[in-house]
Ligand binder design. Structure first.
Ligand code: SF4
Length: 466
């Protein structure tokens, strides 16, 4: 989901997570997300519904308090007489337990009832449209915001429009800061995330606008579900003090996060959307499960995890040995006084099979010449110390066996050490392993770009090209 920028790995202590300050000064910030219609504005004390006993100290000079929450606590002198009185403090852990078996509709109703105009639904343009439907069904006024990163699919923009019309609402779009986007694009180009990861671009286009949006709220509603990522989201409560972001009053504990569909399975969300005849993003019909920015989202096949549809190139990189990593390995060997040849000799070779031909530099140079090529070849550029090369050894040996006698040759070329520069320059080596197909009819080798290195995938590659 496009708004999935929170970190479930950040934890806060239960004392801070379960309480909000009773006295908080509302200071409107012109850069924050402010509603055009504050008709449903509720007092900050609406945050505190259940009653808990709490110790409160009386200020010595309460009249000298400044209208600034931080200065107040820092400058207050306490009187020796500590008096106990009851104040309203919400216990969100208890509330989450109380609501654990409630329906999404009940949870949504409770959230809107409590926070009125100070809460908004974070809508990503995907199946979290269910949240809008639930809010609509409560009959209460509700607000919806979304992050327009400037890189969404046209289908998503059309979907936003359809949702606005269907519910007769205006989505409050948050845009990235134009100066920040300009600086990023002018220095690194439009697709820097393919080169150095998505974090920087996401920070500019998503996280900061989201932070601004939340600074204008006291609570927000997300479509997080436990089944989206069993590892990190299995503990998603239906309501919690937000462990990452700050709300209108600032500081830790100033924002509450509601997850009304935390306990709902993905299939049930879809059943609900179909039953209620809710508009959905047309990208879903094209195989998209998770929907984010256009350059960073792709359709997935049945059975593939939705994570494989997002930032997939970063996953692929994690399955390869970067050349830099290889350098580090060699340098550490060299630092022990061994030369590169010695280092090479110290690791046992891999892809040992009678069906796999070992190529040397002259052999590779010949292969690069079209006129010297009588048969098609598939060649793996490898380094024996690379764990990903080791991991594909069995499938490569099996592939060579299967292709035996077919007229197709299978070769290996050790491309680390002294051969690395040549392989990088002439053989498209970017990381280990690199697999190249040398067709009979073309001078240029074709690189295998998938990270799937099982024998069936490799065979499909070969069959498609020979
Ligand atoms: Fe993040 Fe990609 Fe969107 Fe940039 S384009 S904000 S990297 S998802």
């Amino acid at each position: 989901m496009a708004l999935a920028v929170t970190s479930s790995s950040i934890a806060i202590s239960s004392s801070s997570s379960s309480s909000l300050r009773a006295e908080q000064v509302v200071q409107l910030n012109t850069t924050t997300f402010q509603p055009s219609d504050r008709a449903h504005l509720v007092s900050p004390t609406i945050l505190s519904l259940s009653v808990k006993r709490s110790v409160v100290v009386k200020a010595l000079n309460p009249e000298s308090r400044r209208n600034d929450a931080i200065v107040t606590s820092a400058a207050t002198t306490f009187a020796p007489d500590v008096m106990e009185k009851s104040v309203e403090v919400e216990d969100f852990e208890k509330l989450a337990k109380d609501l654990e078996n409630s329906s999404p509709l009940e949870i949504m109703d409770k959230a809107l009832e409590k926070y009125g105009n100070d809460i908004a639904i974070a809508f990503s343009g995907a199946e979290d449209v269910a949240l809008i439907e639930y809010a609509h069904l409560t009959g209460r006024p509700y607000r919806v915001f979304s992050l327009d990163t400037g890189r969404l699919n046209p289908e998503t923009y059309k979907f936003f429009d359809a949702v606005e019309k269907h519910y007769n609402i205006r989505i409050e779009y948050m845009f990235p800061d134009s100066v920040e986007v300009q600086a990023l694009v002018r220095t690194k180009g439009l697709f820097s995330f393919y080169e150095d990861g998505h974090q920087e671009c996401c920070r500019v286009r998503k996280v900061r606008p989201l932070r601004r949006a939340l600074k204008g709220l006291r609570a927000w509603i997300t479509g997080q579900r436990k089944d989206q990522s069993p590892g990190t989201r299995s503990q998603v409560p239906v309501v919690q003090v937000d462990p990452v972001f700050e709300g209108l009053d600032g500081g830790s504990g100033s924002l509450v996060k509601w997850n009304p569909v935390a306990n709902v399975a993905g299939n049930d969300i879809w059943n609900f959307l179909r039953t209620m005849d809710v508009p959905v993003n047309s990208l879903h019909a094209q195989g998209y499960v998770s929907i984010g920015c256009e350059p960073c989202t792709r359709a997935v096949l049945p059975g593939q995890h939705e994570r494989e549809g997002r930032w997939w190139w970063e996953d692929a990189k994690a399955k390869e040995c970067g050349l830099h990593k290889g350098n580090i390995k060699e340098e550490s060997v060299n630092a022990n006084g061994n030369d590169t040849l010695h280092a090479n000799a110290s690791v046992s070779d891999i892809f040992n099979s009678n069906d796999i031909l070992t190529l040397t530099r002259p052999g590779m140079e010949n292969l690069l010449k079209m006129e010297g090529r009588k048969d098609p070849w598939i060649v793996v550029l490898y380094a024996p110390w690379c764990q990903f090369c080791q991991a594909m050894e069995a499938s490569c040996v099996e592939l060579a066996e299967k292709l035996g006698g077919s007229g197709m040759k299978v070769g290996k070329f050790r491309a680390d050490g002294d051969e690395k520069a040549f392989a990088q320059q002439e053989l498209q080596l970017g990381s280990f392993p690199t697999i190249l197909f040398f067709p009979k009819h073309s001078s240029r080798p074709i690189k295998y770009s998938s990270e799937k290195r099982d024998v069936d995938s490799l065979m499909a590659f070969v069959n498609a090209l020979r």
